[in-house]
Design a protein around this ligand. Structure first.
Ligand code: SME
Length: 160
């Protein structure tokens, strides 16, 4: 395990803070530890209204706190259930700009008991910032989240 994986494992083992706070701390940790991660956040899916809602995040405030399924990179991942790596956001037609400084993006779905409950969204101010190492790492992060997800945790009660 790498040093950051150790830190994330320790965070989830901490019994003194609740799960929502752990997700916030996770976003801060990723944003501060990895220089090519400029913005880190979770969007959670409301399958009834087919909308994503912004949960815990670290980085600049965004006006995109709700995103319909199918819209933008995040909304497409809500439908496809697949990772979406965007080396250059300027090449994407179906893209929602949160900031003009963002150049690349990686979105990895979060599954709890095989249901896509949302995603982790990473933005970078560098073009072509992400590769398969980031994909594998964020899949691992989301598996850690899923492993420790309390059975009574309602992500839609932890929105921004
Ligand atoms: N760029 C995303 C919107 C979310 S912001 O990056 C925080 C998208 O196209 O879905």
């Amino acid at each position: 395990m790498t040093a950051i994986q150790e830190q994330i494992s320790e965070l989830f083992k901490n019994e003194t803070i609740d799960f929502g706070e752990k997700l916030s701390a996770l976003c801060t940790l990723l944003n501060q530890s990895l220089p090519h991660y400029t913005w880190v956040g979770f969007y959670f899916a409301d399958h009834l209204s087919k909308t994503l809602h912004l949960g815990p995040y670290s980085g600049a405030e965004t006006e995109h706190t709700s995103i319909p399924f199918g819209k933008g990179i995040c909304g497409q991942v809500a439908v496809s259930n697949q990772n979406f790596l965007v080396p250059d956001v300027m090449t994407q037609d179906n893209y929602i700009a949160c900031s003009v400084t963002v150049k690349s993006e990686l979105v990895v779905p979060l599954f709890i008991d095989d249901l896509n409950v949302g995603q982790i969204d990473i933005d970078s101010d560098q073009i072509n910032a992400f590769d398969q190492t980031d994909e594998r790492f964020l899949e691992w992060v989301n598996k850690e989240v899923a492993k420790h997800w309390p059975s009574d945790f309602n992500p839609l009660a932890h929105l921004n």
